[in-house]
Design a protein around this ligand. Structure first.
Ligand code: CDP
Ligand code: MG
Length: 670
């Protein structure tokens, strides 16, 4: 196939689980801990069963040892030694921290026997036999090799999360297993795991695969509900934190589930403020935020052992809901809320919004309290409310924009994506909307009643990027701005480049002024990267400008990987130099589906469906009112906000998709 992406490049991270003790006593303690895991008692029987079975569904309480032990058991029993054992995780932080833990347990260097692969980062070698990877990465590998020949075992972990990538992988591994059998190739063992899942659904889907129940939980967890419904979960969690803080010994750490970065940062400030003014004799408190876009090293700080006589309070999004083990957590405070994607195919809008969790999620959250000791979970809702929660989380595939995944399925040469063997089918409207979007991007065409990838679509699928961003990159030579677009796309692919400590916001505002472009956030990011390059990536410069230097190093790495893929397709590398209009015009040609227009009353409406939207306060355009803007994402909190904006001309949108905009644009002649 023409669009085979090159293997992910090696990128050495400075990952060290800071603060973890690695001395002899610690090793002994860890060995002891391993032996005491509930799964350890079932080891012999489990290996016997897994040796026989082609496919198994494993369900066992959180903390019983599934994720860290089963791959090791298989390997030690010689199962799957001819190839690699893969374990997928929905989140990168989980894949990385689990690989680190298992390497530690096996006393080997991470990247040798045990490795991990996440987007733009690959810490594996030829010697790696146990590989933790995000579900998205395994899906990418399947594009190159749909039979997944390198693997002898694929463990799809945290199946209950039903991320769109895991859902598609169910179909991919099922097909790979069948085809390998038909072709008389090395067999593929498939294991689906979770602590909370609809086992019948999975067993049925995998042709009646047996369900193995792991008995026992290591530590008990007490659950408490509120007596009355809480109208303000934020306030209720603050009260709970300080109640626990005043009553429990300081070594008992607290994990609080909130919904997003802004909320978590606000809660951190309040907790720190209140903690300062507590009466003497009260234990100290250190507060740690945890969310996906937090700089990596700060994320890792959560895993450090705490100081004596100081309570750790961790304020987290659902990133800590599964897989990760945070030491010393005794209390979990569950607000019952989560920020999740919603998609309506009719409006074409994918929005992040706060909503109630499912029962399965609530159980996962409670489970975080009993990983190392008996624990307590305070649910900030009543038992009656809990009973009304959905049993299982609605699969992401039924609530997200499918353009990206459809492109990948087409690249996998799935003959008819409308009849792909999904475990839960996406709505036909959502599939149709995704195909329409890909058609507008020039990635697919209809041929003899079939949908096929165009040459452009094949190239787009080879980039580990959303279709609209790979399209921007592929279009950029025509607008003489490949270098700049590559930088912008790389900057957007790495979380939290800018560091905004609230306490120093005036200072931040002052030093950042020089980078701000009146043309929007994309161009501002470009300015920051160029300034960074100009000083040779100096760390001191990063510190002065509140730029995260580790993440900037990652941007450079991402950029060089994109560079390689571009080179492979012969994409010309040209620079627009000082002409920023060309860059924005190029962005308009690929991101035109996310455009909004200023209304006479000063508000904005999306061009697609006239949805009311506003400019997010984090945007450099917050106080401006350009007539037309592009945005990267929509976020629904008190209003529907557009994030990461770029000023564009209506004419550019029109020339990007004349037919489409003929119907949508008011101000432009068609
Ligand atoms: O997958 P499951 O929830 O069954 O458990 P696991 O991730 O295999 O972890 C089993 C136990 O190992 C946890 O309960 C922790 O006691 C310990 N562990 C740890 O201390 N540090 C880690 N990074 C991972 C696991
Ligand atoms: Mg697990």
């Amino acid at each position: 196939m023409e669009s085979t992406p090159p293997p992910a490049k090696k990128f050495k991270t400075s990952l060290s689980l800071c603060g973890q003790r690695r001395d002899h006593a610690f090793t002994k303690e860890m060995e002891q801990q391993r032996r005491e895991l509930p799964i350890s008692r079932a080891r012999g029987k489990l290996i016997g069963q897994l040796r026989q079975l082609e496919t198994a569904i494993i369900i066992g309480e959180t903390g019983s040892g599934k994720t860290t032990q089963i791959p090791q058991y298989l390997y030690e029993a010689g199962i799957g030694r001819q190839g690699v054992i893969a374990i997928t995780q929905p989140r990168r932080v989980a894949a990385i921290s689990l690989a680190a833990r298992v390497a530690e347990e096996k006393k080997t260097e991470l990247g040798m026997l045990i490795g991990y692969t996440v987007r733009f980062e690959d810490l594996t070698s030829d010697k790696s036999k146990i590989k933790f990877l995000t579900d998205g990465m395994l899906l990418r590998e399947a594009i190159v090799d749909p039979l997944l020949r390198r693997y002898t075992v694929v463990i799809l972990d945290e199946a209950h999360e039903r991320t769109v990538h895991t859902d598609v992988l169910f179909g991919i591994v099922k097909a790979a297993q069948r085809k390998r059998k038909e072709l008389n190739k090395l067999s593929l063992k498939v294991i689906v795991m979770s602590a909370t899942m609809d086992v019948d659904l999975f067993s049925q889907y995998f042709n009646g695969a047996p369900v193995l129940y792991l008995e026992g939980r290591q530590h008990s967890i007490q659950i408490f509900y509120t007596k009355k419904p809480q109208s303000d979960y934020f306030h209720a969690s603050l009260v709970s934190i300080f109640q626990i803080h005043q009553e429990a010994p300081p070594s008992h750490n607290i994990l609080v589930f909130l919904t997003g970065q802004e909320e978590i940062e606000a809660m951190s400030r309040m907790c720190r403020d209140i903690a300062k003014h507590l009466p003497q004799g009260c234990a100290q408190m250190s507060v740690f935020p945890l969310y996906a876009s937090l700089p990596h090293l700060q994320q890792l700080r959560v895993f450090q052992l705490g100081q004596k006589n100081c309570r750790k309070v961790i304020l987290s999004t659902n990133i800590a809901e599964t897989s990760v083990t945070i030491p010393g957590i005794k209390y979990v405070v569950d607000t019952g809320m989560v920020k999740a994607k919603h998609y309506t195919p009719e409006s074409g809008l994918e929005v992040l919004a706060v909503q109630q969790v499912s029962k399965a999620q609530a159980w996962q959250r409670a489970g975080r309290a009993g990983r190392q000791h008996a624990g307590i979970c305070y649910r900030l809702y009543t038992e009656e409310e809990f009973e009304k929660f959905l049993n299982m989380t609605v699969p992401e595939i039924q609530r997200c924009n499918l353009a990206s995944v459809m492109l990948q399925l087409l690249a996998l040469r799935i003959p008819n994506i409308l009849t792909f063997d999904f475990i839960s089918k996406p709505s036909p409207d959502a599939v149709r909307a995704a195909i329409e979007q890909l058609e507008l991007l020039g990635a697919v065409e209809h041929k003899n009643n079939q949908i096929t990838l165009t040459p452009m679509g094949k190239k787009m699928a080879a980039f580990p990027l959303e279709p609209r961003f790979s399209k921007t990159l592929l279009l950029s030579p025509a607008f003489h701005c490949t270098e700049e677009v590559m930088t912008i796309v790389s900057m957007l692919s790495v979380d939290s480049i800018l560091y905004n400590p609230h306490a120093r916001r005036d200072e931040v505002h002052c030093v950042r002024k020089k980078f701000i472009s009146s043309e929007g956030d994309h161009m501002t990011l470009l300015n920051i990267y160029q300034a960074f390059k100009h000083v040779g990536g100096h760390k001191e410069w990063c510190r002065e400008n509140f730029v995260n230097s580790r993440n900037m190093a990652m941007v450079a790495e991402v950029r060089s990987q994109l560079h390689e893929i571009c080179a492979k397709f012969g994409v010309r590398l040209v620079s627009s130099r000082s002409d920023t209009g060309n860059i924005r015009r190029c962005l308009a040609h690929a991101l035109f589906l996310n455009a909004a227009e200023l209304q006479p009353d000063g508000t904005y409406a999306t061009l697609d469906t006239r949805q009311h939207v506003a400019i997010h306060p984090s945007s450099v355009l917050f106080h401006c009112k350009p007539s037309y803007v592009l945005y990267n994402a929509l976020l629904h909190t008190s209003k529907c906000y557009m994030r990461d904006l770029c000023v564009v001309d209506a004419e550019w949108l029109y020339e990007a998709a004349p037919e489409y905009f003929g119907r949508k644009l008011k101000g432009v002649k068609s």
